[in-house]
Ligand binder design. Sequence first.
Ligand SMILES: C[S@@+](CC[C@H](N)C(=O)[O-])C[C@H]1O[C@@H](n2cnc3c(N)ncnc32)[C@H](O)[C@@H]1O
Length: 316
Amino acid sequence: MSLPSCTLPHLPVLRDETIAALHIQPGGRYVDATFGRGGHSTAILAKLNADGQLLALDQDPQAIAAGQALAAQDARLHLYHAAFDSLALHIDKLGWSNQVNGILLDLGLSSPQLDDAQRGFSFQHDGPLDMRMDTTCGEPLWAWLARVDERTLANVIYQYGEERWSRRIARLIVETRTQTPILTTSQLAALVARAQPRVDAHKHPATRTFQALRIFLNRELSQLESVLAQALTVLAPGGRIAVISFHSLEDRIVKQFFRRHAQGDSFPPDLPLLAQEITHPLRLVGKPLQPNPAQIQANSRARSARLRVAEKQSTS
Ligand SMILES: C[S@@+](CC[C@H](N)C(=O)[O-])C[C@H]1O[C@@H](n2cnc3c(N)ncnc32)[C@H](O)[C@@H]1O
């Protein structure tokens, strides 16, 4: 007998550490740009008083539907179906520009998304090859796989999955689709496994390819770059941004963004500038945090999580 999909709740990753790092002011204005099932949002709301406010976004309509009950009973929560690259727009509408005290990004997928076979994110559940976080727009993966050229496909698998067998995988997908359309997660996972002459004993052979296609289809890295830049403009002086990432590509973007803005503008060394003329819009807060063994045991999906925090400086 198979278990029904969507059985696991979402356990918020590094919840207490994130809430502590945000230094929540009870009457402040906060943003949870990745609402999911509201685990972090609920913890933020618990720290706010009656004047505190929380803007929460998620591009997945199912996440928003699941959060409606909480929004209905708590007027401090403003919950919207939107991708987080519209952050500044939402902040403008609320009249919160330069007044946001904290922003949280808990990137990637929620457990309900991964566990629901119909969403097509996981090679462990057979289902339609959709993979869109926002099912109300865009092209499902099966449709893109039916039309993409081999070279582009190989590049996507290499660039976003760091998959060494990207060319062989792309070739087999393109050859196969001339005979049979590739429509399901198990079809794709089997093809990806077949294309590899050697596999890593510790990783399912489809892991990197599924990650790559998901990142590409949902424009995850460009969304992240865009929201970080917007966060810098909407934060109040002293406001903090906390980002939990789950793979090296997104962590690198966060690390480099924080470092670049904590070191300030780069000028030629011989340019006559006073120290106070060099702007450092961000200050790094602590070292990156990873879950401890007990947290990983309780929630294996937390194993690759990394939390980085930065604070907006008052001089910018
Ligand atoms: C790891 S889950 C967040 C879980 C949440 N912190 C909780 O405790 O329930 C990530 C969520 O972010 C959403 N998401 C990912 N990228 C997004 C984007 N660019 N814009 C808006 N939401 C996004 C996903 O749909 C998913 O629901």
